[in-house]
Design a protein around this ligand. Sequence first.
Ligand code: TRH
Length: 379
Amino acid sequence: MSTSLSLDLFCKVVDNFGDIGICWRLARQLQREHGIAVTLWVDDMQTFRRICPQIDVAAERQQVDHIAVRHWASQEGEFSAADVADIVIEFFGCDIPLGYIAAMAQRPQRPVWLNLEGLSAEEWVEGCHSLPSKHPRLPLTKYFFFPGFTEKTGGLLCEKGLEAERLAYLSDPAAVPAFLSSLGVTEAEAAAMKVSLFCYPYAPVAELFAAWCGGEQSVTCLVPEGVASDAVANFLGQPALPGAVRSQGALTVRVLPFVPQQDYDKLLWSCDLNFVRGEDSWVRAQWAGKSFIWHIYAQDENLHHKKLRAFLQRYAAGSALDAFSLRWNDAGEGDWPTLWNALAAAMPEISAKSSDWQQKILSNGDLATNLTKFCASLK
Ligand code: TRH
């Protein structure tokens, strides 16, 4: 692919961090590794700033990390063919401005138009990946691009240097203590089993905390600000603000600041077990090489339970992880101390198998590379 390609990536932030988290990651990788000039259109600059503190929330246009960032403030606006990029991506079916679509149709060489979908391990994804959809009126075709776990999907986001970065971080004996200390974690807290917790507010956090309190293993649970705030505040007996900490029985819970996205990887690498959610943190946990528990975004009619089971079946990490994950997502039975003891015992084996899993899911290339290849195949 030529290095002079331009790409417009449209992202609507819907009450979470994942949409902008995924788009920001993809934008940087396309620019860095594929030389594409990316413009990222984002409707919610405040949320963007939580994961990327360099963002100026008041700026209509800005350049951050070699990406042109535009505040996508409305669906109005006049666009000409010259405003349209070579590749146009709408993330997760967000409706791009009608004026922009009309301009796409005016462009002498039509752009490649993709809808980047959400990640699922279900089999139907293979049948839908790369399907075309013709515009009802205009001479334009949109293609559905699905991330996924098999060679018949678009793959997963993974930067080229990520594993080397992780290994360098972990092989420096000063790096983990320095990083944890920068977040306020004490040496004594760092000596216990370290668990990062990122989940939706309806996760059974209080029950898990009770099992950890009464357990034999010392656990330090690190919770970024804003995550499961009610359950965390109940345990702490005070608001769940950064720096708040309390120990009871074998458990210490500490609230961390919400870290910038690049530091979130370090948090995952530094912990022994990671609770993740949604899509982007879930994928990052798979690159972290540690045991992880996925909290899936709840859908009507428990559709998410099907998605969870589809993943657990592919991941095949054993009955302890399956049982714990199902219970964490309200899709299974079992008492928490028993589930926890079984998971804790299985963790070394689960981590040991993680590099085989990584190789398997990366065997067909990463998402950014697959996406650029797909675009080139349409030209
Ligand atoms: O925020 P999420 O719940 O987003 C999800 C997904 O986008 C999913 O596709 C969508 O259906 C659902 O929302 C509604 O979880 P996710 O995907 O893990 O994204 C979180 C992002 O926040 C990720 O990029 C990591 C980042 N993050 C930080 O940068 N710092 C932090 O301290 C934490 C906890 C997360």
